[in-house]
Design a protein around this ligand. Structure first.
Ligand code: ZN
Length: 439
């Protein structure tokens, strides 16, 4: 495995030598004063700090549309500091922080607090997601306009963890955010159909005696919301798509030209519901792991553009919330530090995507969907110096004990995965070098 090495001191200027550009050939990248100054063969930059990137893939810094940073309120699970450090180690330069904190991020005050904590930590740009409804209760619209106008400049709104189940409220939210080019990100889960649900409704859940979470409960909401988004000509984003049927509905909505986008998580691209046979709640997540056929459909949909992008749904939980019996355990998995490696395994090693395709789905499109300025841009002169260097060689087992996240609930623990993130640059300054945070 090759490694990136800083060979001389220096602050503002970096020379990345011999990286392979995602979608291009080998090139040197010179970064100066926060921006990419030059990309080309055999560049010279006397006095610059040098990174030997031979054998490494250079991608635009990754952007996550779906991260739970847990602060304020659940600092025992994660803080903005630990979660964004994990993000940088996973190759991310921007993350969207979900609103289901304590208090809920449903006011300008809370989203500004989260945004400021992100600025102070300095690892990635933190883009707070605002709640759609007050307290995530699904009864009354939150102060969407005030959050949009705040210093946090919120553009993505979601009650994630809960579905905006009331169709009239969902319609009003979609209409409201049009005024500032916002998007409603829906956690698609029909609540009545999923009361007490524990696992994908199917053979495995029946065998284990666990209450089923039917695919139709996701698909019905996605179909409804696509119709609503079309009706009011607004932007809908569908969180963590998990079923083959959802893919069919999204394909239909996109064929109509409606403003609908969608994400899939790394775990839904790799893992299946039969893992629950171990009764290990590390595999408990919402929406649940589905069948092999669903995984295949999700991979195809991500490859053909029906699903726009990958989002981690990084959901850290303290040990006591996960190491308990299945029915009592919290839903959710960590994911920031393994996402690119999982996508490498599920999409690149299977021949479904090349690295340019990965860059599109983990940086370019999520930045566009989240309206994130300065991210998701191709690595060309003049672009901001947001760069991820990834070593595709080798394979190592995932070890959550070594993760920067405060929580350890990775479903990939012990699983051999390819590759490693070697370096991450945020606006021309390395946050990660040699696979370690720089401070
Ligand atoms: Zn969710």
């Amino acid at each position: 495995m090759s490694s990136a090495t800083q060979t001389s001191a220096g602050h503002g200027e970096w020379l990345i030598k011999g990286a392979t550009l995602a979608g291009g050939g080998p090139a040197d990248i010179r970064v100066s004063d926060g921006v990419i100054a030059e990309v080309g063969p055999r560049l010279d930059a006397p006095g610059a700090s040098v990174v030997d990137a031979a054998g490494l893939i250079a991608l635009p810094g990754l952007v996550d549309l779906h991260t739970h940073l847990r602060e304020p309120g659940r600092e025992d699970a994660e803080t903005v500091e630990t979660g964004t450090r994990a993000a940088a180690l996973g190759g991310y330069t921007a993350v969207h922080a979900m609103a289901n904190t304590e208090p809920v991020a449903d006011t300008a005050g809370v989203v500004e607090q989260v945004w400021r904590l992100g600025e102070q930590a300095g690892y990635v740009d933190v883009r707070p997601v605002g709640a759609v409804t007050v307290g995530l209760h699904g009864k009354q619209l939150a102060e969407l306009g005030a959050m949009a106008d705040s210093a946090a400049r919120v553009r993505v709104f979601s009650d994630d963890g809960f579905c905006v189940a009331d169709p009239l409220l969902m319609r009003r939210a979609l209409e409201y955010v049009k005024a500032f080019d916002g998007v409603i990100a829906q956690h698609a889960q029909e609540p009545r159909l999923t009361e007490g649900a524990q696992l994908n409704e199917g053979e495995v859940a029946s065998r284990l005696g666990l209450a089923g979470w039917p695919a139709a409960a996701e698909e019905a909401i996605i179909a409804r919301d696509c119709l609503l988004a079309a009706h009011v000509d607004a932007a809908l984003h569908v969180c963590h798509v998990s079923t083959a049927g959802s893919v069919d509905i999204l394909r239909w909505a996109k064929s109509k030209g409606w403003r609908v986008t969608a994400e899939v998580t790394p775990h839904h691209l790799l893992l299946t519901d039969d893992l629950a046979e171990q009764y290990d709640p590390v595999f408990k997540v919402n929406p649940p792991l589905r069948t092999r056929a669903d995984v295949e459909a999700l991979r195809q949909a991500l490859a053909d553009g029906t699903i726009d992008c990958v989002a981690t749904d990084h959901a850290p939980h303290p040990v006591e919330a996960k190491e308990t019996e299945w029915a009592a355990a919290a839903n959710g998995m960590t994911g920031l530090e393994t996402a690119l490696r999982v996508v490498h395994r599920a999409m690149v090693q299977t021949g479904l995507l090349d690295w340019a395709g990965v860059a599109l789905r983990m940086s370019v499109r999520p930045a566009a969907i989240g309206r994130v300025p300065g991210h998701g841009q191709p690595l060309v002169a003049g672009a901001p110096g947001n760069i991820t260097l990834y070593d595709p060689a080798g394979e190592t087992p995932v070890d959550p004990a070594g993760h920067a996240s405060k929580s350890r609930n990775s479903p990939f623990a012990g699983m051999p995965l390819p590759g490693a993130v070697i370096a991450t640059f945020l606006r021309g300054t390395p946050t990660v070098l040699d696979g370690k945070v720089t401070r």
